[in-house]
Design a protein around this ligand. Structure first.
Ligand code: GDP
Length: 403
């Protein structure tokens, strides 16, 4: 009986196994059949030609990304402003010699032109007339030209034989003579009692007034003085900015007012500050609006009056643009009638062939040229020395011979 039971169990197990295998096989086959074959890849539809404007968004895409870059970088490049580098201005002695080549345009007229005329074999009336014309053309002025030519004629006649060296020396002598080498050209930039000297700088806009204030500050610093700058040209915001930059380069202080502030009050404050800080010189830049003589007189007169409450103005420099020639002389005269000009600064001599304007300015105004501007560089302002100037005008060129 037991065997029968065992046999039945075994058979039952075998039957169950057989049924299980069969069902598994069917399920497996059904599963494979159920996965449908992959559909073939359809051919790509033809791409329609892009309309021209369709490219625009594509082109804009990178542009749209562009602002992202600086936005990320901006904080990284924001460095604190560098402190101004304190400069050591060039010594003033020898500047005229260093800058002599800047007179090259005038050298063509004086050195090459005049000297070659003078060395002609026969100095007849016609040649003397040509010499006269050259001098007038170089802005020497009619009166000074007559004087120079008359004296040259006499001396050449007396000398008889003329070597190139003699002729150069004769012409140089006459030019130096009309420039009056005995005039006092020193800048009154210090006071014996040690209080600050006051130096007013006047002139029409564009003449180089503000630049000259900056350059004069460097001249004074180079000569061992301490300087304070007053930005009393309050009508031009840029003037105060310009002056601040110049001052920063030589470690000088600037006193400036709000735009449109009363120039006289700024000048007054500048002198007061100069006294407080015991500087040697206060240099005051003024506005150069030549609206009319009365307006100018009011403005400059008031500055002078107000500043004088601290003490006298020691030097008033008139800045003149050499390239404006005889027209500039007319404007200059107006200034001399309004304020007591004590010295002339002739700027932009490097930009003219008419270096003779130095002679005309001095003679017409009766005021010595004290400084000359020979370029835009910070130290391109030289104390005027007639002998060195004439030497530079005549150049180192050998005398020309008959053309
Ligand atoms: P302001 O209006 O009289 O104060 O004139 P600025 O000082 O602003 O100068 C006017 C221009 O003249 C600037 O570009 C200066 O650099 C230029 N300048 C001043 N002096 C000289 C000079 O001696 N030579 C040359 N070539 N340019 C000069």
């Amino acid at each position: 009986m037991d065997n029968l039971v065992v046999m039945s169990v075994v058979i039952a197990v075998l039957v169950l196994l057989a049924v299980g295998l069969t069902v598994g096989a069917v399920v497996t086959r059904r599963g494979r059949r159920a996965a449908p074959p992959l559909p073939p890849i359809p051919p790509a539809p033809p791409v329609p030609p892009a309309p021209p404007e369709a490219e625009a968004p594509a082109a804009e895409a990178p542009a749209a990304e562009a602002p992202a870059a600086p936005a990320v970088e901006a904080p990284a490049v924001e460095a604190p402003p560098a402190p101004p580098v304190r400069e050591r201005p060039e010594p003033t002695a020898g500047r005229m010699v260093r800058l002599r080549a800047r007179l090259s345009r005038s050298q063509n007229v004086f050195g090459r032109g005049l000297l070659s005329l003078l060395s002609r074999d026969h100095l007849d009336e016609e040649v003397w007339e040509e010499i006269e014309e050259s001098l007038i053309g170089a802005d020497v002025g009619v009166e000074a030209t007559r004087e120079i030519v008359d004296r040259l004629r006499q001396r050449v006649a007396v000398l008889g034989t003329r070597t190139a060296t003699e002729l150069r020396a004769l012409l140089a002598d006459e030019l130096v003579e009309v420039l009056d080498p005995n005039l006092d050209r020193t800048l009154r930039a210090t006071r014996p009692d040690g209080t600050p000297a006051v130096l007013l700088v006047v002139g029409v806009n564009g003449a180089g007034k503000t630049t000259t204030c900056g350059k004069v500050a460097r001249v004074l610093v180079a000569d061992g003085h301490s300087v304070l700058l007053g930005a009393a040209d309050t009508f031009r915001a840029a003037a105060a900015e310009q002056l601040t930059t110049w001052a920063g380069r030589v470690g000088a202080e600037v006193v400036r007012g709000a735009e449109g502030a009363d120039p006289a009050s700024v000048a007054f404050d500048a002198v007061r500050r100069g006294i407080e800080t015991s500087v040697d010189t206060v240099v005051i830049d003024t506005a150069g609006r030549l609206q009319n003589k009365v307006g100018l007189m009011d403005e400059l007169g008031k500055i002078k009056r107000v500043v004088s409450r601290h003490g006298p103005v020691d030097e008033t420099l008139l800045v003149l643009d050499a390239t404006t020639g005889q027209n500039g002389l007319e404007q200059a005269r107006v200034f001399t009638e309004v304020v007591d000009v004590t010295g002339v600064v002739l700027t932009k001599l490097d930009g003219t062939a008419k270096g003779g304007i130095v002679i005309a300015v001095q003679r017409r105004l009766g005021i010595p040229v004290k400084l000359v501007g020979l370029g835009e560089g910070p130290d391109d302002l030289a104390p005027f020395n007639p002998v060195q100037f004439v030497d530079a005008l005549l150049g180192a060129e050998p005398l020309g011979v008959d053309a």
